[in-house]
Structures are given as C-alpha cells and as structure tokens.
Design a protein around this ligand. Sequence first.
Ligand code: F6P
Length: 560
Amino acid sequence: MQTPIDATRTPAWGKLTDLRSTFADGPHKLRRLFDADPKRAERYTLDLADLHVDLSKNLLTDEIRDALLDLADQTKVAERRDAMYSGEHINVTEDRAVLHTALRRPESDSLTVDGGDAVVDVHEVLKKVYDFADKVRSGEWKGVTGKPIRTVINVGIGGSDLGPVMAYEALKPYVQEGLECRFISNIDPTDAAVKTAGLDPETTLVIIASKTFTTLETLTNARCVRAWLLDGLVAAGAIEDTEEARRVAVAKHFVAVSTALDKVEEFGIDPVNAFGFWSWVGGRYSVDSAVGTSLAVAIGPKGFEEFLAGFHAVDEHFAAAAPERNVPLLMGMLNIWYVNFWKADSHAVLPYAQYLHRFPAYLQQLTMESNGKSVRWDGSAVTTDTGEIFWGEPGTNGQHAFYQLIHQGTRLIPADFIAVANPAHPARDGETDVHELFLSNFFAQTAALAFGKTAGEVRAEGTDEAIVPARVFPGDRPTTSIMASELSPKVLGELIALYEHITFVQGVVWGIDSFDQWGVELGKKLALQIAPAVSGDEKALESQDSSTASLVTWYRDHRR
Ligand code: F6P
C-alpha cells in the first residue's frame, strides 16, 4: 500500500502558508490583480470539452497556482490518478479498484481488472440496458395487461437515487414525450405515497436500484411499491389474486439494477430482468452505470451514449492535460487552497439553470461522502482539515435567500457559478429576453463578489454617512464561472466528471480514501436496534440511553 504523504510536511505547503500570510496585503486584492493584468481573465480561462471555465475571479496569482501544482506533485496526485485509471485497488479500506472511468470508455478500449476485461463487461451491460430502454420507449415492452409503459419508478437511495434523479431533472427537455420517471428514495412512507399517487399500475414499471440489494430503505420501499402495484392490479380486476398471477406481473413490471444478482432473484425478480454492475463502481459514482437505466429509458440510448461521451472527454483531459491547463486538477487544488489556507468550511455550487436544481444535492453525496473523513487510508489521523460542506440552490432564487451572507458575512465561501448560453425555454417579457436578464444576474453576482463596493463608491452615491458601512461590499469573494452552450446530455456528463475528479484531487492531497463510506454504518445499525423499542418492546426501550428512551416514549404517547 502506498503510504499517504503528509501534505502539511511538503515544501509546497510551507510556501502556500507564506503566500497566504502575504496575500491579503490590503483590501480589494482582486481589483488590483485585474488592474495590473488586463489579460488576467484570458490567462485564467480554460476550455474543457464543452465547458468554458473562468478561474480568474479566484484568490489566485501565478505564484499561488504554481505552489498549488507543486503541492499536487509532492502529494503524488498524478500517480494516484494513474493508479485509479489502471484498476489498482486504491479503495484501500474495502480493497477495491475504483473504476468509474471504465464505465465511459469506448468499446474499442480494453482494461484488464481482477482477471477480466472491464470494458467488455461494461459494454455488454450497456447493450442490455439500451435494448431494454428501446423496448420500453417503443412500447414493445408491455405491462401484464398488454399496455405500454408510461411511468418508470426508480426505487433507490444515495448513489442509486441522487444521480438518476438529478440527471433526469437536468435533461427533462430530452425525455421522450409520454414517458415520465419518478424516484422513490426516502423510507418515510410519504415519499412512496406521493410518488405513486395518480399512477396506473398497468402502465407503471419499477426499477429497483441498489448496489448491495440490502439497503433497508430501498428494500422496504421496493416491497411497498410491489404491494401497491400488485394489489392495484388485483383491485382493478387486471390480474387474478393468485401467487402465479402476481409472479407473472412482477416479471412484467419490475426490473433491478445491482451488483448482487443472487439477492435480486431472492426478491422475486428474474435475473433476465436485472442489469449488473461491479464492486469497483462506488454508489456515488454510478449514475453512468446501469444505475442510470431510468435515465437511459427517459432520454434514449443515443442520449445516454452522449452523456457517457461527456464523462469520457473529461476523463481524458484529466489524464492528459498539462497541470496548468488541467481544469479538475486546478479546481481541486483551489479547493485545497480555500479549505486549508483560508479556513473555508463550505463551498457553494450555484447553477443558473433551473433544470440543474438537484445538482447541489447530488454533489453533496459525491463530495461529502467521499471526503468527509478524519483518518487517512493507512488508518493514521489526517493532519489537516478535510471535506468542506457543499451546498447550493439555483440562482436567482438563492440571491433572495442566502447570498447576503456570501457577499457581506464574516465567512469566506468559495462559489461555483454554472450557466448555459442557450435556454431550453426561451421567453420574452415585452422587449426583454428573459434568459438574458437571468444571465445578467449570473454575470453581476460574480463581479459584485469579486470587486465589491468601496466606502468611497457608496458615499459618491450620496448615501447617508451613518449607513455607509452597512452598504460596503468587501469583495475578494472567490468564484469560478462555468459556462456551456446548452445543458445537453454530453455537457451534463462533463460537469459530473469534472466534480468527480475535483473530489478525487482533494482526497489524494488529504491522504484519505475517497471511496469508502464507513461513517454511514453506525446510524444504520442503531436504527435496526432501536426499531423494537419504537414498536413497544419495553426491554429494548430500557437498553437505550435516557434521551433516546424519553424521545421514543414521547413518540409512543403521541402516536394516534
Ligand atoms: O449511504 C450509504 C450508501 O452505501 C451509499 O454509498 C450508497 O449510494 C447508498 O448507501 C445506497 O446503497 P445501495 O445502492 O447499495 O442500496
């Protein structure tokens, strides 16, 4: 096992510490940097496949960039990237390869992993997924009463939900007319109740997506949805109330996506209707595997292929671009700069594209389940802060909610602004192009955050002296602007892969295993232990701590 390098003991870390202490040599640094270098925007703007990325409004100079790249070099980011791409078991605590990049390799590639060719396996499953998607889309796949499918419900949670739902929402304009996907994830019975409301079981198909096929929420929801669908068919007189009729209906209305095909069969789903993937695909890195089957049905195989091509373009860039042009590397190292040298504890992602409204939620699992760790991959304690909090909401809604704190609060919150040039729904308000008005906000916000407003400028507007301080904007609030021509399947794939690799870069510098998630286990186990107490088992109640016991008791007293 390659020992993690302690980033804090590298020469580059020392250099960055010095650069940080001399960086803020007065207010409005970004104004001064832009004034001093008319080509700053040009020099710090990079094109990555279809993404146009402007890093110039970051707290960055050439010296800082070079020191950050030295830090990446001294912590061996490139070596670990190569180890990941080649299938080494870099997920140390689970002893697994990490090969989401293999999911988007073209069929002509090959990659030997654990004795087999991963690319061959990937394309075999993709063909099966595409064939299924085509059948559902064309109406060839029929429900038990011979009706075509109108609604696909994806039952899953975490990586088996957030990726598919985010991508489905993002690519709504590409969804085949007459088809709808719904997503059930929460074990709160409200979720399944709301998502099945108004649906006709005869035209509904359910995809149960679970890497392990053991997840409590998913299996509970899967059973509840199966009962809803079969009981609905029986109640409508569509099938007889016999075991055999129910079995036949399950075969027409349920498919599964999992690495545990034996468990899929135990659930009652014919393995013919199951799409596999592999232990080397992490849940939060799986939307481009068979976990994206609902998306493949919605946007079609061609759209899904474009989606994968977007990921692959970014994978190639990350593998081959020179460090000073390598966007995921630079963005990952900028995050290190802010977390470790500016003590930023959160990072906002602000899409100016309504269809990306679930993107921040998706990124929360990707980044925080990956890098929310306090030990390194050899079990030793981390030597510095890790895993910042990712959050965000689409602009302009966020502007009227939390931007105040980003502009004038005491915390530094680096933010990524994402926008597309061409909207899915152009609109005019009289003379005004509404998308242009929308994007004016996007452009204005990053400028205001970077350059602020001085007391002199506030006074020049004739502001009452007493409220001048309240109206000053300090500026120097760092942002990265990411633009694309339109939100296509390819662009979405590029965006996701970009953030996957940013997350990876940060994890390597911190020396952590970004691909395990042991921190989710304890709560899962305790929920199962507490369940009998919640249902009235006095003995189980007694074994709880006093706070938990009293909360459970209050619940039992108030439950109608
Ligand atoms: O939240 C923990 C987790 O293991 C995630 O990593 C995963 O995406 C999610 O649960 C769902 O797991 P599964 O796909 O095995 O049901």
